[in-house]
Write a protein that binds this ligand. Structure first.
Ligand code: GDP
Length: 452
């Protein structure tokens, strides 16, 4: 295989790292880097950092820097590797890379180091995808989860499930070869138990995807209510500073405002919307349209009412517009003015009384947001799926297991049962990469950065 090299660090840093992987890694670096002292770079023991001088293609001193090589196959890629730690000048890094290319090394493509690690059996596909997630992680929780996945916590479990299914289907294949024989009831029992266990585990992991998506993308949340109920004030209270314009004139918030806030481990993408109401004002009409869109896209709606006055038709309209939203918290605002007794909470499972202006009840609202979204007490140890491809493969594996189980329970022939078991094995194989199409692998790694 070719030896590849790439700059692994972003431009502009004090230090820049070039990674090299392949059989020629050490000999190529040997040509452009001389350690201080008598030893050549290739004579420095594996994994020991050497300080020395880097030369450009004309033989001029390019940098005083460090270099290290990792011999054998116990490396990230499973091939011999070398690394140059240079000063971060783009000119230095680019010239050092050109020096390596002159030794017959080529530029690594996006994700090629990790792709080699995958192909050399250093990690499976789930772990490789977690590497990309870790690089892209915006929060500590997302990073913890990705790091947990790189360690193989989930992938190894999936592999075990797959091996078990392969074992059971091997028993069954023997039966298929002798169609006149009945299935041994013990075997059938064993199969059903394995399928049920697999189904449950797959379901649990698949169910974590919703949380995983929230972790990665944040939760879209719309603040809805008629003008003047205190939506902007609530947004400001949640955000902690003056972001939305707050006035007494109805319709001040003419457009949607997005604000990203953190509540515990939850990232909330808050949209303050213009009140959803009929309006003749063109600008406001656009705002109203956007508000409707924000509600459609929201995974959580904060429906705000002014609890100090009787509900108006506008309030009822606004509340009705969110009745079909997946998750709604009814926020009864202006508690400092004294709340009127009214039958508003009817039909709303989650209700909180606050004064956005005084900051009262905001803590309870934050706690409620965490609990209704299932983001309280979540452990981010890698057990959360953040990736649509994985969720899809899990889903298919779960469905196939359930079909196989039903087939077995209803006394279908072994080959009918086996067909579904095979489908489950194949979907699990896609998940970890044992049986995945080349174009999918290509697509996954092309989304990586160069140098990883
Ligand atoms: P929006 O149109 O729904 O965004 O409402 P605003 O946030 O602009 O608030 C409208 C008016 O209600 C402003 O004068 C706010 O100061 C006032 N307001 C908002 N929340 C409270 C509250 O909790 N208590 C009281 N007394 N006034 C509030």
């Amino acid at each position: 295989m070719d030896t590849i090299a790439a700059i692994a660090t972003a431009t502009g840093g004090a230090i820049g790292i070039i990674r090299v992987s392949g059989d020629k890694a050490v000999s190529a670096v040997n040509k452009i880097f001389k350690p201080i002292g008598k030893k050549q770079f290739s004579d420095i023991p594996s994994r020991m950092l050497a300080y020395g001088t880097l030369y450009d293609r004309l033989g001029n001193v390019l940098d005083s820097c460090m270099a290290v090589h990792f011999d054998g196959d116990k490396t990230y890629t499973g091939e011999p590797m070398a690394e140059l730690q240079l000063h971060g000048s783009p000119a230095v890094l680019s010239e050092a890379l050109s020096g390596l290319f002159e030794q017959g090394i080529r530029q690594a493509q996006a994700g090629e180091f990790t792709r080699r690690a995958f192909l050399n059996g250093k990690m499976n596909l789930m772990q490789a995808e977690a590497v990309s997630d870790l690089i892209a992680a915006h929060s500590l929780e997302a990073a913890n989860n990705a790091a947990g996945q790189i360690s193989g916590i989930v992938a190894n479990g999936m592999d075990e499930l797959r091996q078990k299914l392969i074992g059971v289907s091997a028993h069954f294949l023997a039966v298929v070869d002798y169609p006149d024989e009945d299935i041994d009831p013990f075997l059938e029992n064993e199969l059903c138990n394995t399928l049920i266990e697999t189904e449950n585990k797959l379901h649990e992991l698949r169910a974590s995807y919703e949380r995983g998506r929230i972790l990665r993308e944040g939760l879209p949340c719309a603040i809805v209510g008629r003008p003047n109920v205190g939506k902007s004030t609530l947004l400001n209270a949640l955000v902690g500073f003056e972001r939305a314009i707050v006035t007494d004139i109805a319709g001040t918030t003419r457009d949607t405002i997005e604000e990203v806030i953190r509540i515990g481990s939850l990232t909330l993408r808050l949209q303050d919307t213009a009140g959803i109401r009929e309006s003749q004002d063109i600008v406001e009409q656009i705002g109203v349209e956007r508000a409707k869109k924000a509600v459609d896209e929201a995974a959580l709606v904060l429906a705000v009412i002014d609890g100090s006055v009787q509900l108006s038709k506008q309030d009822i309209d606004a509340l009705n517009s969110v009745r079909n939203s997946p998750l709604v918290i009814l926020v009864v605002n202006k508690s400092d003015k004294g709340l009127t007794e009214q039958n508003i909470t009817k039909g709303f499972e989650h209700v909180v009384k606050i004064s956005a202006k005084q900051g009262e009840g905001i803590e309870q609202l934050r706690d409620m947001i965490l609990s209704v979204t299932g983001m309280n007490n979540v452990v981010f140890d890698g057990g959360i799926i953040t990736n649509a491809r994985q969720a899809d493969a899990l889903n298919r594996a779960e469905i196939a297991c359930s079909q196989a189980r039903k087939a077995a329970q209803s006394g279908m022939t072994p080959d009918a049962i086996l067909q579904d078991v095979e489908a489950a094995i194949s979907a699990l194989g896609e998940l970890t990469g044992q049986s995945v199409r080349e174009d999918i692998i290509q697509d996954i790694f092309s989304r990586f950065c160069v140098g990883k």
